[in-house]
Design a protein around this ligand. Sequence first.
Ligand code: SAM
Length: 459
Amino acid sequence: MSDVVSEQVKKFIFHSGASKSEDGEEETLEILIPEQLQASYSFYTWPSAPVLAWFLWERRKQLPGKHIVELGAGTALPGILAAKCGAFVTLTDSACLPKSLQHVHHCCEVNGLLPNQVRVLGLTWGLFVNNIFTLGPIDLILGSDCFYEPSIFEDIIVTVAFLLEKNPDARFLCVYQERSSDWSIEHHLNKWQLRCEQIPIDNLGADSAIMAEASLLQSELAEEFRLAAEHVKSTLVSRLDPSQLLGLYALYKQATQGRCPPEKPRWYQLQEKQKWEAWSSLGDMEQSDAMSGYVRMVSELDPGWTSEQGQDRPSEGWVTVSCLSNTDEFIHDSDKTVFDWVKEGDVQRVRSAVLKEGVDVNAVDAEGMGLIHWAADRDNVDMLKMLVAELKADVNLQDQEGQTALHYAASCGHVSVVKYLVEQGADQTIADVYGMLPAHVASEEEMCHLFNPVKSSCQ
Ligand SMILES: C[S@@+](CC[C@H](N)C(=O)[O-])C[C@H]1O[C@@H](n2cnc3c(N)ncnc32)[C@H](O)[C@@H]1O
């Protein structure tokens, strides 16, 4: 299996602009960032990263010799820039994500950084084990788009508080993307006795410039594949029948992730089982062959389409989105539906979609699942409370296979969700199209007592 074909490289070029070097020469720094088509937070450069890197670039004269640690580095653009400008940099990402850490190493290699300029360590926010004690003195801590999910805010703050306590003269410099106006870190800062200050960036660029060129150095096949996937997502998806979608799904997964994992979904998860079987049927097919197969299939399904058509389209910006459907791949914010917000646990956005944008709280998606199915699937009791208690969603809504949210929660082993749904009077006697009750599909024996004894044929 080759990973190389599914990679694209972005080139960021930093110019000195008005702030020339002492001998009056224009200064330029080029940084290459490899990104992967697969959907995971750490394989893309998020919009905050070039901002932070640019901010550092404007202060590059202060960087030589500084000890810098980047948290949640991902593709590590700011840290790599700092290392290139003479700082000693430690790039960290979650210790639980070895592939992400491997990718950070790869980003360093591509930029020719040496071990005496940069090191890569696993450092998980909120966990005080091993590496966090070996960081040594720190002048500056960097964080780009780390505050992307409120449930991890305190873990980041507590990590930063620990590092700042050990390095009282250090500062934490972070750039965040505002995803919801009511998210705040204020009470965590108070709790951990930290202060923060907003740095205006209106002047950013007064003295320098940054240019980003996307999709450079990408193999032709990977580019064709990306364009074909874009075409499927933007145009073709609504015209295809389930078996065609399944064929494309399998090739897409094989192309971006390689061989299908051996764990078969549970027998009653029909759609998941079909997807698994389609992907699994490709066995050890090379990722590049799967890409070619995908491009060929798109051309056959839509003979008028050619990959050249997509090439003149404006770049999609910082993030390459190449997904078949909205099920489990990365989706750009502007393409998200209320179902995606439920999947992501964004209670505010879901509330606003229903109350302000008139979305039907009992609407179902292309997979026949309602908002409460997704909330149950994601084990999100708060979301369910909002949907059921506040927005009056039908607690017994059934999907295409007749399953209710209670079926989902029971089959996934989400005990608190089962408890909540039962408390809300979810009907335990609703059978799905296979005649299964929620109690029948309960995955954990300990869950059986939550169901009425009369129907509790938990197995
Ligand atoms: C939104 S991405 C930002 C990546 C990169 N800094 C950027 O701006 O392009 C969030 C990053 O945080 C990392 N991350 C998520 N949870 C983490 C945790 N608990 N501890 C450490 N890193 C984590 C992810 O692996 C990912 O690289």
